[in-house]
Design a protein around this ligand. Structure first.
Ligand SMILES: [Zn+2]
Ligand SMILES: [Zn+2]
Length: 253
């Protein structure tokens, strides 16, 4: 008997050779990635959110006009045109992301990227697709510690499954910084990111007018705002953001 490597299957799911056990309930999986349909359906979805910041409307804030914007965003101009998150950053999403990022669980990242890709695909059926998906870059020092950039892992699959170009060479992290989530004030977060990113001068930007930044978790939007400003200063007018989890102090347990 000759062994044949199932390249097509492996391309669709590089973790196909591992047993397909759901990463949440640990039962046999009914999907082609490691998260069963029942558990995926029970993840804490973000619904009824602001078009600009991606946070859910509080019951006391009523969206106005064609653009559904929360009280913090209405009437203001931001470098990020829209932010979309799939889930609240709470159990079990926080644990899944933590295991993906800090526990080398790339199979969890792959499962989350499939859910991200599906949501993006549905959104871009009726909205203009970006020219390029890019990850929030990490510094080489962190890359060497972790061995991968979690945002790039999500970007690769989301781009391939939706037929959108991807690159991790357009924006570079040029300085190692503290994790933004560890900093308490907006001033500290702003200072922490000063000159932390740069555009690769050799990247061909011709015909790129719409870029979507991908990250695993977005909390204050300070990082994606800095990157969006940088992209706009290099002639890219529209920048969107997609993330697996949108955290806010209101919803974090
Ligand atoms: Zn399950
Ligand atoms: Zn908002």
């Amino acid at each position: 008997m000759r062994w044949r490597i199932p390249f097509e299957k492996l391309r669709a799911n590089p973790f196909q050779l591992l047993p397909t056990v759901c990463v949440v309930c640990l039962r046999q999986c009914d999907s082609d990635f490691n998260l069963c349909t029942a558990c995926a359906d029970q993840l804490p979805k973000l619904e009824n959110t602001c078009d600009r910041c991606g946070l859910p409307f509080s019951p006391t804030l009523v969206p106005t006009g064609n653009q559904r914007r929360c009280g913090a965003c209405v009437g203001l101009q931001f470098p990020v045109e829209s932010c979309h998150g799939l889930y609240h950053y709470r159990s079990p999403v926080d644990a899944l992301l933590s295991n993906f990022k800090f526990g080398d669980r790339l199979d969890i990242g792959f499962s989350l990227s499939r859910l991200l890709a599906r949501a993006m695909g549905e959104y871009y059926e009726t909205n203009t697709k970006p020219d390029l998906l890019i990850p929030v870059p990490i510094h080489t020092r962190r890359y060497l510690q972790r061995g991968f950039n979690q945002a790039w892992e999500l970007t690769k699959h989301a781009g391939r499954l939706n037929g959108i170009g991807i690159s991790n060479r357009l924006v570079m992290k040029t300085r190692h910084t503290e994790a933004q989530s560890k900093l308490a004030s907006a001033t500290e977060r702003k200072h922490n990111l000063r000159d932390a990113f740069a555009i690769n001068p050799r990247f061909p930007l011709k015909d790129v007018t719409h870029v979507t930044i991908i990250d695993d978790v977005v909390t204050t939007m300070s990082t994606v705002t800095v990157i969006a400003k940088l992209l706009q200063s290099h002639g890219i007018p529209r920048v969107d953001v997609w993330c697996v989890a949108r955290a806010s102090r209101i919803f974090t347990p």
